[in-house]
Design a protein around this ligand. Sequence first.
Ligand SMILES: [Zn+2]
Ligand SMILES: [Zn+2]
Length: 357
Amino acid sequence: MEIGEVQVPDVIERRALLVRTTAATVCATDVHLWEGLVASKDAGADLPLILGHEMTGQVAGMGEDADRDSLGRALRIGDRIIWTHGFCGQCEQCVVEHQPTLCTNRRGYMQTSATKYPYLTGGFAEYCYVFPTSGRVKVPDTVPDAVASAASCALRTVVHAFDRTGDIEERHAIVIQGCGPLGLFSTAKAAVSPAAQIIVVGGPETRLALAREWGATETIDVEAVPDPADRVGQVLELTSGRGADVVLEMSGVPAAFAEGMAMLRPGGRYTVVGQIHATSLPFNPSLLVMKQARVTGCLSAGVEHYYRGLRFLGQHANRFHWDDMITSTRPLDRVNDAFERMRDWTEIKPALSFAAP
Ligand SMILES: [Zn+2]
Ligand SMILES: [Zn+2]
């Protein structure tokens, strides 16, 4: 990534906003894109572009009819917000299926060239353009910038994933694969659910320690137990031979899918969130039949999940020190360092800060 000057749009469309970025956090998706995925045809990206899709900022400019957030609350210059990808609210997926993340007219961030209007469509920039069709919610004063930024991707996705997974009961054992930001937020969500057992599978140990602090009843370190079959064996042992009632795939490691299926008890539910690689793997589909498994995918989130994510942060701020997940803050011009540190696992979630104008 290179630092460069990008034009600030002089026209703000009806319902659109211009936001001055106050914090942006690095998501594993950004790192995968940076490592080369962005150049692949699957990413559908138009280079050169501004990476970053977890960010928060203050409203700096408003189009017509943009003076309310998605919950109808007054929005003024200077208010802090987080916002969704653009979902049209008029297609079958939006209106009939109520699955806006599958919107046929979806307008995504960090997809379009920084040389084309509205130029600023990524988080790692001093300003960002909020599409007319993007949901937007005000950030409560109690939520710090970097944490609000993390809520705008990792946490809202986890809130959505728990919705798609369904009820968690007292008797349930949950396995969470991965202990990056998705896995840690999932641990916190599971910790406030009635679940009897929360088993987090991941690494390194520093992250697992935070997972235990946030409510994991058991952790399995993938470095200490490198063989997937042994990890499956440990989950079976921890669940009296049954396997997990619910498995949440939050690791992004392609091979985690088969492992998660093996950890699932017959009749269990598996929600897959982390997988964005264009990788094919051998898989025996009869496992789905034999286990009568319910496997659900979960992509991004709608505006209600952003809102509920922020509420969750506020409501449980005494139980979880959200700042512990934000492992560093650097100025924008050190964005490449932040990516390096995320890639080599030395950080959970680096944040970028922006000088006040
Ligand atoms: Zn993300
Ligand atoms: Zn739509």
